[in-house]
Design a protein around this ligand. Structure first.
Ligand SMILES: Cc1cc2nc3c(=O)[nH]c(=O)nc-3n(C[C@H](O)[C@H](O)[C@H](O)COP(=O)(O)OP(=O)(O)OC[C@H]3O[C@@H](n4cnc5c(N)ncnc54)[C@H](O)[C@@H]3O)c2cc1C
Length: 452
């Protein structure tokens, strides 16, 4: 019996080796051209299945690439040659406890399914990546995903109370639990949040839930210059806490308008989509204040609505920005973040790089967090343009670092950003990261080539 047959014997048809069936498990949304061909895909149904797969991998030195829904944008879930892709897509159980306001969740559920299950109890799981309908909650934990409401409600890690994690040798550990406070031992639960599948495989999550969000009021403001828009963001975040503060520049507005035909202003240099979820009456007052701050910063048009459907149409336009820009060419998708006062410098500097490298860079941003997604558009059949796009990709990260920012605010390092990590962290912090990785994964079998 060859070594894979031993795993098949243990896990049966949860092990997929058919090349055609494995094909869709090779890539995430970064479409890494160097994605390898796996030895097998394990479609685990339980923590025990994951343990069996990890014990097998450790015994035979086989690399393991954990995979949620494959919506990642950093190449973190792209397969390496001869690996096991460890898919959590079949692990979709959830139990909500309205008394402790927690949910015990398996990793394969989508973010939207977690929100829906919480809503049945009048509760809310806030983190809302734009991909919330297509990404898994396990992937969200592994990347510490952000999103649109994070400007007020924080990111994924703020809602993770406990985890079950299968380690590289197949041991399963339970960290934390349905307790709001717990400082016994090192903060290991948080160590695994955002670890991008490099330290262990998350098989169960205890999430903190909060009362259902109040219906938000929405405001859309349009500007003739990038500076007017980013100055408005600063004016707003200095005084107020909107529940959403999103930015789209002109190339993005055009791409979204081409796709939706919803009547966006194609002359505008930038547009902000802002929400307030303050209690009834107060939301409108907060929106009025925000409107006046935008007007003080030369907004050319401000539109406010407390009609949820009308508001949702603008939010959906922002959420659809990546697919809309993707229709115009192949994307190199950036995720740099800076302290909010440097947002203007980042947006303007990105426009300069776009002009210098003669590639379109459409910028969307979770502006209230200072987290921008410059979308570099290129034609892969034009080698010169592809090279200029790659140069621009690096230059945007260098610009962010020069402004005191980060190379990734929420998508993760994955395989795409690994070459820039050492520069960003510096030698001491990089060595500390490596020590932790080596302690937990001495054989280096967990997601090799990603982050480390
Ligand atoms: C249109 C679009 C919009 C997006 N908008 C946002 C946004 O607003 N905010 C944001 O943060 N992201 C956004 N993303 C990126 C992506 O959706 C997130 O990174 C998401 O968290 C990935 O989840 P996934 O289930 O698809 O993970 P995958 O892509 O499958 O994996 C992501 C990483 O997590 C690891 N991993 C997955 N599951 C586990 C597990 N159970 N245990 C250990 N490691 C695991 C993988 O190895 C990989 O390194 C967007 C993506 C798209 C396509």
């Amino acid at each position: 019996m060859n070594h894979l047959e031993a795993l098949v014997e243990e896990l049966g048809d949860r092990v997929v080796t058919d090349a055609e069936r494995m094909e869709k498990y090779r890539w995430d949304r970064a479409n890494d051209p160097d994605a390898g061909v796996p030895l097998a895909v394990v479609r685990a149904g339980s923590t025990e299945d994951v343990q069996a797969a990890m014990r097998f991998a450790a015994a035979h030195g086989v690399p393991v690439v954990p995979r949620g829904a494959g919506s990642g944008l950093s190449g973190g879930a792209s397969a390496v040659p001869g690996c096991l892709v460890l898919s959590t897509e079949r692990m979709t159980e959830i139990e909500v406890d309205p008394v402790t306001r927690t949910a015990v969740v398996q990793p394969g559920l989508t973010n939207a399914q977690v929100k829906a299950a919480a809503a049945e109890h009048d509760l809310w799981y806030p983190p809302d990546p734009s991909s919330f309908e297509i990404c898994s909650i396990g992937g969200n934990i592994a990347t510490n995903a952000g999103g649109l409401c994070c400007v007020k409600y924080g990111v994924t890690t703020d809602y993770v109370l406990g985890l079950t994690v299968v380690l590289a040798d197949g041991t399963a550990v339970q960290l934390g639990g349905a307790r709001l406070k717990d400082v016994a031992g090192l903060s290991l639960t948080k160590l695994f949040v955002g670890s991008e599948g490099t330290l262990g495989i998350i098989t169960e999550i205890v999430l903190r839930l909060i009362p259902r969000q109040r219906p938000p009021a929405t405001l859309v403001a349009v500007f003739a210059t990038l500076d007017d828009a980013t100055n408005s963001v600063l004016a707003i975040t200095r005084r107020l806490r909107p529940s959403m503060l999103e930015f789209m520049d002109r190339p993005t507005i055009h791409a979204v308008e081409d796709m939706t035909k919803m009547g966006l202003d194609r002359e505008a240099a930038a547009m902000l989509v802002i929400q307030s979820d303050e209690p009834a009456g107060h939301a409108a007052t907060e929106c009025e204040l925000i409107a006046s701050l935008c007007e003080e910063n030369n907004a050319t048009e401000v539109f406010a609505t407390d009609d949820p459907d009308e508001g949702e149409a603008f939010v959906a336009a922002r959420r659809n920005a990546i697919p809309a820009v993707e229709r115009t060419g192949t994307l190199l998708l950036e995720d740099v973040g800076v302290p909010v006062p440097r947002l203007g410098a980042l947006v303007n500097g990105t426009a300069d790089i776009s002009a210098k490298r003669e590639v379109t860079i459409a910028v969307i941003a979770h502006a209230g967090d200072g987290n921008t997604h410059p979308l570099i558009v290129f034609d892969p059949s034009d080698p010169d343009m592809a090279e200029r796009a790659r140069t621009a990709y690096g230059e945007v990260m260098e610009l962010a670092m020069s402004l005191g920012g980060t190379i990734t605010g929420e998508h993760g390092v994955g395989r795409l950003k690994r070459p820039w990590l050492a520069d960003y962290l510096g030698p001491d912090v990089l060595a500390l990261n490596q020590k932790i990785k080596d302690a937990l994964d001495p054989q280096g079998i967990l997601n090799p080539g990603s982050v480390f």
